[in-house]
Design a protein around this ligand. Structure first.
Ligand code: TYD
Length: 135
């Protein structure tokens, strides 16, 4: 189920008798030039991550193994999406609070980010986030 909060992208898929190959490139499925890539894996059972928003950063994440549920919140509306397909990405724009839940033990989430790591771009307090976006 896709809402305006949940912005999914389908990657170009090249499948043949050997198997599959997916592509994300600028001008195609990637809406920005990537300056940083990180990946989340080995998450302990019952652990949730994220719980922050960014002021300016655009990100695109892909669950390339296992599954997880991502909860998005824009300060007013909240929605959940389960990622479990290697060929589908989720855009996480700035000013969206995001939480990662129910990560399977084999979950690998790769995240493409528009900018280098900058702690000053983070909002890590939900009440502060609501004040930031709603005013
Ligand atoms: P954190 O923001 O707590 O991860 P999550 O969003 O999954 O809860 O990041 C964990 C640690 O990694 C924290 O000390 C910051 C550091 N970190 C970097 O140094 N560079 C990065 O690109 C990222 C994403 C995190």
């Amino acid at each position: 189920m896709e809402s305006s909060l949940i912005q999914l992208v389908n990657f170009q898929l090249h499948g043949d008798a050997r198997g599959k190959l997916s592509v994300a490139e600028v001008g195609g499925a990637l809406p920005f030039a990537v300056r940083r890539i990180y990946w989340i894996y080995g998450t302990k059972p019952g652990v949730s991550r994220g719980f922050h928003a960014h002021k300016k950063l655009n990100q695109l994440c892909v669950c390339i193994a296992g599954s997880l549920r991502i909860r998005l919140f824009d300060g007013t509306n909240e929605d959940d999406v389960t990622l479990n397909e290697m060929n589908v990405g989720l855009k996480i724009p700035p000013r969206i609070w995001h939480e990662m839940h129910d990560l399977s033990p084999d979950c690998v989430l790769i995240v493409f980010a528009e900018s280098e790591y900058d702690e000053s771009d983070y909002i890590r307090d939900r009440k502060q986030f609501i004040r930031y976006v709603v005013g």
